[in-house]
Design a protein. Structure first.
Length: 483
């Protein structure tokens, strides 16, 4: 569309065919991919592809459109409203409110399919994102600006881990966005109720693309979430986005591609599914100070079938992220929760982002636990274990007990340092599992009452002075003496 004085010139086309959320339009010879198309009847769409003599338009909302209707091309690309007023709200892919709290006043509009920040706009990832999950913070540290895949079979606790990460950002000046893709309404409502109950909803946005929404809405939901996240990142804020989950997003795009009559490839997915997810993941970043210094950390979730991480979508996502958190159904069945398999989980940023004191206290903890699991398998049918091996088994068992954690109860940094210090010094190796549970449940409250200065120092997560180290040792010793 071109405006010349009072004259508006725009290209007019005609609907040739309608297929669910896809309209085939003829007569638009100059439009581009991503350009908005006005279909009349209050319905808009955007160009998603081309055939030889027709334009393929993805409709953004349902309407009474039929073959023969006139459509008009707009001069703008697909944009959505963004702004601080979205915090505390539940919206759809286009930023329209779904929570019945009224219209959201936007601060600006942003392109939904914007390019990722360039290399020159980024800086190395150096700040740690504390998840509150002891297994992750100790053995699989995650940096702000990283892309960390959460992967595993159904019903192994993937969403619980993502929710715990969000809960741990409370009062930490981190904006969280939870994007639901293709999940049933009951599961979505359960997550929302937990977030409301824990009081974190006011500092986050929920983007809904649940199973009952159209396939187009499910396809566009993660793009809406990352567009909102980029607004906060470019404002200098730290952002965490959870995509729950990208397996169902791939299903939605596969359905769209079949409607677009594109040839199916491996497992009937279209050939560009890899590009689609890589384009999304690449928008995670830690920006340079000149660009505001914000960061956006992405946690995509993916399903596996019977632990097969070599499946098409899981391998795609593993190759384009900075590590994965693999949840093992066997560990889950044994009662080890969160059921994180440290043998198959990795963070490629690694201990680089950990503080020196944290790094000191958790040194070789993950490796020690993996060795413990392997030793258990090797000695299961053997008798007459040596004292040295028995000692290592007791230590490994206590690592396991410390790593076990109730869901929706993230562990603060000061509590983790107390637990890992006691574990490193062997203070837990000589007590029973019941006593170990009592210790990890009560040590923080004990330290707050008896050693408030120590707790304050641990919370800062800096190098401890000799006096603070003496206080740390005295706190652990005093706790056991009081029991």
């Amino acid at each position: 569309m071109v405006e010349r004085g009072a004259v508006r010139i725009r290209e007019i086309g005609r609907v040739k065919e309608i297929k669910t959320s896809i309209a085939k339009v003829e007569g638009l010879s100059t439009c581009l991919v991503g350009q908005i198309i006005n279909c009349g009847h209050g319905v808009k769409g955007f160009v998603i592809g081309f055939n030889e003599d027709e334009v393929l338009v993805l409709l953004l909302s349902p309407g009474e459109i039929k073959a023969g209707d006139k459509v008009y091309s707009e001069s703008e690309s697909f944009k959505m409203p963004v702004g601080n007023n979205f915090l505390g709200r539940i919206v759809d892919f286009s930023g329209e409110p779904l929570d019945g709290k009224g219209v959201i006043d936007e601060d600006n509009f942003a392109r939904v399919f914007a390019p990722a920040p360039s290399v020159l706009d980024r800086v190395p990832i150096e700040d740690m994102l504390y998840t509150g999950i002891r297994t992750l913070d100790a053995a699989i540290p995650i940096g702000k600006g990283q892309r960390q895949l959460i992967i595993g079979d159904r019903m192994t606790g993937k969403t619980s881990i993502a929710v715990d990460i969000i809960l741990n950002q409370k009062d930490k000046d981190v904006i969280c966005i939870y994007c639901c893709i293709g999940r049933d309404y009951a599961s979505f409502e359960k997550v929302v109720s937990i977030l409301k109950e824990k009081g974190v909803l006011d500092n986050m946005v929920i983007v809904s693309g649940i199973a009952s929404s159209s396939v187009g809405e499910q396809y566009l939901a993660p793009y809406g979430a990352v567009t909102l996240g980029e607004y906060f990142m470019c404002s200098g804020r730290d952002v965490v986005i959870v995509f729950d989950d990208l397996t169902k997003h791939a299903w939605a795009y596969r359905e769209l591609s079949l409607l677009l009559e594109r040839p199916p490839g491996r497992e009937a997915y279209p050939g560009d599914i890899f590009y689609l997810h890589a384009q999304l993941m690449e928008r995670a970043a830690k920006l340079s100070p000149s660009m505001g210094g914000g960061s956006m950390t992405l946690f995509p979730i993916a399903d596996t079938l019977q632990g097969d991480i070599a499946d098409f979508i899981p391998t795609n996502l593993i190759s384009m992220t900075d590590g994965q958190i693999f949840l093992n159904s066997d560990l889950f069945g044994e009662g080890f929760k969160p059921a994180i398999d440290l043998g198959l989980s990795v963070s490629r940023i690694g201990s680089k982002v950990q503080s020196s004191i944290f790094k000191e206290f958790v040194k070789d903890l993950g490796l020690g636990y993996i060795q413990y699991r392997e030793t258990i398998k090797a000695t299961r049918l053997r008798a007459g274990i040596s004292e040295d091996l028995n000692k290592r088994l007791r230590h490994g068992e206590k690592i396991e007990r410390i790593f076990m954690q109730e869901k929706n109860k993230p562990s603060p940094i000061e509590e983790q340092l107390l637990l890992f210090y006691a574990l490193q010094k062997g203070a837990l190796d000589i007590i029973t599992n019941e006593q170990c549970y009592y210790f990890k449940s009560n040590i923080l409250e004990f330290a707050k009452k008896k050693h408030p200065g120590l707790v304050s120092a641990l919370k800062k997560n800096k190098e401890l002075t000799p006096e603070e180290r003496d206080s740390l040792k005295g706190c652990v010793v005093e706790f056991f003496e009081k029991q």
